[in-house]
Design a protein around this ligand. Sequence first.
Ligand code: UT7
Length: 355
Amino acid sequence: MGRVFYKQIILNFISFFEYWSIIGEGENMKQKVKLVSVGHYLPEKILTNADLEKMVDTSDEWITQRTGIKERRIASSGETAATMGVMAAKDALQKAGLSADDIDIIICATITGDYQTPSTSCLIQKELAAKKAFAFDISAACSGFIYGLDIAEKYIASDPSKRVLIVATEKLSSVTDWKDRVTCVLFGDGAGAAIVEASNDSSGILRSELNSNGDNYDLLIIKAGGSKNPASQLTLEQSQHFLEMQGNEVFKNAVTDMKNAAVKVVECSGWNKDDIKLLIPHQANIRIIEAIRKRLKLKKDQVYINLHKIGNTSASTIPIALSQALEESRIQKGDKIVLVSFGAGFTSAGMTIEW
Ligand code: UT7
C-alpha cells in the first residue's frame, strides 16, 4: 500500500514537471512578429496657425500653448483616405524591398474611409494590385494602428507564413467643422503604413494592451451619417456630419488611459525607464504627451514628437511618427520602443517592441 502511494506521488510529480516544461516551451516558442518597414505619406498643403487666425476666433499663441501644434497638412480635393493610404503603403513596400504580391492581408485603420462601404482596405488592395491579399477595415479611431498591429501579431502567430500590411489613413479635414475653433485647430490629414511578418530573431512585438470603454462614446463623435442618424436635410443643417468633441473630458481620459496602458506594457516587458529608447505616443496634445513622459520618468529625448508640424491625424499619428523616427535614425536594431494611444470610443492601447 505504502509503495503504491509513493509511486503515485512520484508519477504525479513527473507529470507536473512535464506540464510546466511544455508550458514553458510554449512561452519560449511563441512566434515573435516584427515590423519589417514603416512608411508614410503627407499631403503637400500646409495650414498654419496664422492661416487659422483668419478663419476662426483663435490665435497662434492659444493653439501653441494649449496644444503644441503650429501647422498641419491638408489633403487636396482629389486625395482621399484610400489614395493617401496607397502612397504610405507604397513607401513601406519600397523600404522593405517587397512588392504587393508579397502581401497576404491588408488591414486598414481609419475613421474617415472613402465610403461607408466598401472598405477602404479593398480600395487600397485594388490600387496596389495586391491580388492574393484579403482586406478589411477596423474602426478604433486614434488607437487603430496599435489595434491593427495586435490583430496582425495574433494572426501571424497562428500562421507564420503570412505577411500583413497595416495602413492607417485619415482625411480628418473632410469631417472637420471649419467654423468650430475647438476642433478645427487640432486635426490634419496623412497616412502611415507598416509591413509585419514573422521574426527570425529576438526583434518583434513583446507586449500589447488594448482597452475600450464605450461609456463615453458620445464625448468624441460624428453624430450623423450612420444607421442611427442617416444623412438628411436636418442633420446637414445641424452640422452633425462633423467631428464633435468635449475637449476637457477627452483630455482627462486621454491622460489617465494612456498613462495606464504605457505603464502596463513597460512593466509587463520587464523594462525600466532607462531601457526605453523611444516612446512614440499618439500626437493629440503636447500637454498629454508631457504628462505621460513624466509618469514614465523619461527624458525629453526619449519621446518622439512631430505634433507641431503635423497635428492630430488620428490613427495615422503613430505610424507617421515611427516612419519619420526611422528616417531620422532615431531607432536602431535592438532598440526598445513603446507605442501608446487614445481615441474615440474610448479606445486606448499600448505596445512594446524590440526593434
Ligand atoms: O485624438 C483623440 C484624442 N483627442 C484628444 O486627446 C484631445 C484632448 N483635448 C484637448 O487637447 C484640449 O481639451 C483642447 C485643446 C481641445 C482644448 O484645450 P483646453 O485647455 O481643454 O480648453 P477648454 O476647452 O477648457 O477651453 C478653454 C477656453 C474656453 O474659453 P472660456 O470658456 O474659458 O472663455 C474656450 O472657448 O479656451 C477657449 N478656446 C479657444 N480659444 C482660442 C477653445 N478653443 C479655442 C481656440 N482658440 N482654438
